[in-house]
Design a protein around this ligand. Structure first.
Ligand SMILES: *[C@@H]1O[C@H](CO)[C@@H](O)[C@H](O)[C@H]1NC(C)=O
Ligand SMILES: *[C@@H]1O[C@H](CO)[C@@H](O)[C@H](O)[C@H]1NC(C)=O
Ligand SMILES: *[C@@H]1O[C@H](CO)[C@@H](O)[C@H](O)[C@H]1NC(C)=O
Ligand SMILES: *[C@@H]1O[C@H](CO)[C@@H](O)[C@H](O)[C@H]1NC(C)=O
Ligand SMILES: *[C@@H]1O[C@H](CO)[C@@H](O)[C@H](O)[C@H]1NC(C)=O
Ligand SMILES: *[C@@H]1O[C@H](CO)[C@@H](O)[C@H](O)[C@H]1NC(C)=O
Ligand SMILES: *[C@@H]1O[C@H](CO)[C@@H](O)[C@H](O)[C@H]1NC(C)=O
Length: 312
């Protein structure tokens, strides 16, 4: 009997390990930017962090050149004041992988010269492991609500964002756009404009041909149909430097029950959401969570059979 218990405990431990490892993600800090003094200041790593979900067991990869950068984990106080006198941890050899081994807030800075003051700093929140079905993959029903007005970029407005295109990507990331919603573009007259373009023009930043151009701020643009919308600027190189916004607009659900209208929208904030039955717009992503769960269950039951065989 004791043997049996030990075997089952071993199986559970292995299953737990498997679950942890499936949930592990490597986050390359700043993506292709890497870990350096970001051209646009600290907003670059703020917007980058906003787009990630950090779970215990995940890895932060600080991609930097040894001798030119370093990375230190510091307290919140040291982070806020860019004080690198007594870091919790310092690594001078890059690239470097840091494993997030506990839940909570983590603060990282570059300690060389005035790198931290110029924006080489990263603050993140790490949450406890969510197992094999992390919430970002869970679809949420589109809320029933009236038309909303969104100010593009919020206080940043509509311009060439200091941190590059990631700024508007981040801004749009957690928003749901429904037919009837209004986008407000705030900008300085004569130095900016708003161009509505095709996906091809958006991707290549070729604004020779546009669908529409608006030159007087503020531009109030009503989303009149479901589908993808692409916005950029006709000013020279603004698009290349990141003044571009792409959004997905779904049919309004205000007049009819949500179960019959719209595609589910991925959301970073919701953790308890049942997949909504959907009439399935072309863009409806299939629920992805069941496959890995089944795989783990399969492995676990195989191990259980092996363990039982060992007992006998
Ligand atoms: C790290 O940075 C180097 C140099 O910029 C780049 O070639 C490489 O692809 C980066 N690695 C990752 C994983 O992003
Ligand atoms: C930096 O932190 C150290 C100890 O962590 C402290 O002694 C020192 O006064 C701090 N420096 C500044 C400028 O706040
Ligand atoms: C960091 O992690 C990545 C992905 O897990 C791996 O490919 C790379 O070899 C690791 N780098 C170091 C220096 O450990
Ligand atoms: C972490 O989350 C808490 C609670 O949501 C929040 O108050 C805090 O500012 C966050 N910290 C960071 C570094 O994002
Ligand atoms: C830009 O698009 C136009 C048509 O919209 C095309 O004639 C032109 O060749 C394109 N320019 C470049 C550089 O691809
Ligand atoms: C842009 O110009 C229009 C018309 O001249 C004016 O009403 C508007 O206030 C200006 N907007 C800004 C942000 O200056
Ligand atoms: C719109 O949604 C589809 C399907 O989910 C996706 O492939 C596409 O990249 C999205 N477009 C934008 C601009 O977010």
């Amino acid at each position: 009997m004791a043997k049996m218990c030990v075997a089952i405990a071993a199986v559970l431990a292995v299953a737990a390990l498997l679950q942890t490892s499936t949930a592990q993600t490597t986050h390359v800090v700043g993506d292709s930017l890497g870990w350096l003094v970001p051209p646009g200041g600290k907003i670059a790593y703020e917007t980058w962090a906003d787009m990630q979900t950090f779970v215990v067991g995940d890895i932060l990869m600080f991609n930097f050149t040894t001798g030119e950068q370093d990375v230190a984990r510091v307290t919140k106080e040291a982070f806020d004041s860019c004080n690198s006198t007594s870091p919790i941890f310092l690594e001078t050899t890059g690239p470097f992988n840091y494993t997030l081994d506990a839940a909570g807030e983590y603060y990282f800075i570059g300690t060389m010269d005035r790198h931290c003051f110029f924006g080489q700093k990263l603050a993140i929140n790490v949450s406890a492991s969510t197992g094999p079905t992390p919430s970002p993959q869970a679809p949420t029903p589109t809320p029933v609500r009236g038309p909303m007005t969104y100010v593009v970029g919020d206080d940043l407005g509509w311009l060439v964002p200091p941190g590059g295109y990631i700024a508007y990507e981040t801004w749009a990331y957690d928003k749901t756009f429904l037919v009837g919603d209004v986008l407000v573009f705030n900008f300085k007259n004569k130095t900016q404009d708003v161009a509505v373009v095709t996906e091809e023009a958006y991707d290549s930043c070729n604004t020779t041909t546009t669908i529409a151009v608006y030159r007087t701020s503020p531009v109030k643009y009503t989303l009149t149909a479901a589908g993808e919308y692409f916005f950029t600027s006709t000013f020279s190189r603004h698009c290349f430097f990141g003044q571009k916004l792409a959004i997905n607009v779904t049919a309004s659900s205000s007049a009819t029950p949500p179960s019959t209208t719209t595609a589910p929208t991925p959301s970073s904030s919701s953790s308890s959401s049942a997949p909504s039955p959907t009439a399935g717009g072309p863009s409806a992503p299939p629920p992805e969570s069941s496959a890995p769960a089944r795989a783990i269950f399969g492995i676990s039951s195989t191990l259980l059979l092996i363990a039982l065989a060992l007992v006998h």
